[in-house]
Every structure is written in structure tokens, then in C-alpha cells.
Design a protein around this ligand. Structure first.
Ligand SMILES: [Zn+2]
Length: 254
């Protein structure tokens, strides 16, 4: 195992970013002021949490998922978010440590995970986050290993793919924010990985929803947060896109 120490340090920072994200998406969704100021409070008893209650992942585990003051249940959404950040920051740092790729890739991972959790929890795409992420991805595409056109074309295809579905279905098939996620995906992955990634996302969505459809817990009109499936696929491709591309081509004998 290479780069374990820097990867562990990145995981600690990742878990802190994860903790920040839980607060960020809550405040953005409910339009609460002061994204960066104000200490976290228990939503039940209103007491301001102490430092020992705010240690990512561990506080929740030690307190067995309950508030340290009133014993109210704390959603597993908090430690799960922190854990996904810690794990991805660990894996990406381990893989890309010592390359110039590391910083832009970690920034991308940060945005992708915020968008993932936002969509998974609230079933919507927050445009304030997606636009910042798009601006970042666009800037990064000027200095990458593929020609700029690969990313710009990717962005256009990704945007168009969802925009067409949105207009044809008058917003019934996909949400308004999904075209921005398509744009982001194309800008981050380039058009080849975008096409393969879209295919993968739908497979993932299918695998996830079929059990619910069979048991009648979902029907064809149930809304599916597409971003929750697009974002993990972007992570997979940023991590190891070439492997997927080669295997995919091999299936078709190219
Ligand atoms: Zn409490």
C-alpha cells in the first residue's frame, strides 16, 4: 500500500468536509442564513453542540446515534456523509498523491459528493452548487491530458441529453437541474467517458429501482434522483476511467 499516510491525513480532512456538507446542504435547502457562521445545534433540544459532539463519524458512533444532551435520535445521514467523504478522499489521495492531478481531482470529488447527498436527501439539484462546480470543471478542462474539445463536446452532449428529455416530457422524466449535472459530467469526463458513464448510471439506477418496482414500493411515476446515480459514476470514472473504457471496448471486440 503506497501513500497511506497522506491518504489518511486526506481522509481526516475529508470527514471534516463531510461534516461541513451536512450543515451546508441543510442550510441551503431550508434557506437558513449564515452558511459559515453559527455553531451546530441539536434540532430537538436546541443546545449548542460541544467539540466532543462534533468529531466526524466517531461522535455518532460513541453516542450510539443519539444527542449527547437529550438523547434524541440523530440521523445516520450525518456519519454516512462524513464516511463517504473520508473514504473517497483516502482512495483518491492514495492513487493520485504526488501528481498534479490530485488537487483538481479532490476539488471535483468535493463538489460531486455535495451534489450526490443533496440529490439523495432532497431529490433536487442545488443550482448554487452545480454552477460553481461547472465553473471549476470548465476551468480545469483547459489544462488536462485530453484536448479541450473532448471536454467541451462532452459538456454539450451531457447538457443536451437531459435538456431534450426535459423539454420533450415537460419536466416529467427528468428534473430541471439534471441537464446541469449532465454538463458537469461531460466537462469532467470528456465525451467518450460521458457516453459510457451515462450508460453506467442508468444501469445503476435500474439495479437499484427494480427491487422497489417488483415489490410495489415504487411505480413508474416515482421520481428518481438521477444525480444520486450520476455522481458515483463520475467518481468511478475519475478514479479509473481508462479501465472501464478498455473493458467496454473489449466486450464489443474492438
Ligand atoms: Zn438534543
Amino acid at each position: 500500500m503506497q501513500n497511506v499516510i497522506p491518504a489518511l491525513i486526506a481522509a481526516v480532512f475529508g470527514s471534516i468536509f463531510g461534516s461541513f456538507t451536512t450543515m451546508l446542504i441543510w442550510r441551503l435547502h431550508y434557506d437558513e442564513p449564515g452558511i459559515c457562521k453559527g455553531r451546530s445545534k441539536c434540532t430537538k433540544c436546541g443546545k449548542t453542540l460541544k467539540v466532543k459532539h462534533l468529531i466526524p463519524i466517531f461522535s455518532w458512533l460513541i453516542q450510539q446515534g443519539k444527542c449527547g444532551f437529550c438523547g434524541a435520535k440523530i440521523s445516520p445521514f450525518y456519519p454516512l456523509t462524513e464516511f463517504t467523504f473520508a473514504l473517497t478522499f483516502f482512495l483518491f489521495t492514495q492513487k493520485f498523491y504526488g501528481t498534479w492531478y490530485l488537487i483538481p481531482v479532490l476539488i471535483s470529488v468535493f463538489f460531486i459528493l455535495i451534489l450526490f447527498w443533496y440529490d439523495a436527501v432532497f431529490m433536487e439539484v442545488d443550482r448554487r452548487i452545480s454552477f460553481i462546480a461547472i465553473a471549476f470543471a470548465l476551468g480545469w478542462s483547459f489544462s488536462r491530458e485530453f484536448p479541450l474539445s473532448a471536454f467541451l463536446i462532452g459538456g454539450l452532449i451531457g447538457y443536451g441529453f437531459y435538456a431534450i428529455q426535459y423539454f420533450c416530457s415537460k419536466g416529467k422524466w427528468v428534473g430541471a437541474g439534471d441537464s446541469e449535472l449532465g454538463l458537469l459530467m461531460g466537462l469532467l469526463l470528456g465525451w467518450k467517458f460521458l457516453i459510457l458513464g451515462l450508460f453506467f448510471s442508468y444501469l445503476l439506477a435500474l439495479v437499484f429501482t427494480v427491487p422497489f418496482l417488483i415489490t410495489g414500493k415504487m411505480n413508474r411515476k416515482t421520481k428518481i434522483p438521477m444525480g444520486a446515480f450520476l455522481m458515483p459514476v463520475i467518481l468511478l470514472f475519475l478514479y479509473n476511467g481508462y479501465v472501464f473504457w478498455e473493458r467496454y471496448l473489449m466486450i464489443f471486440g474492438w
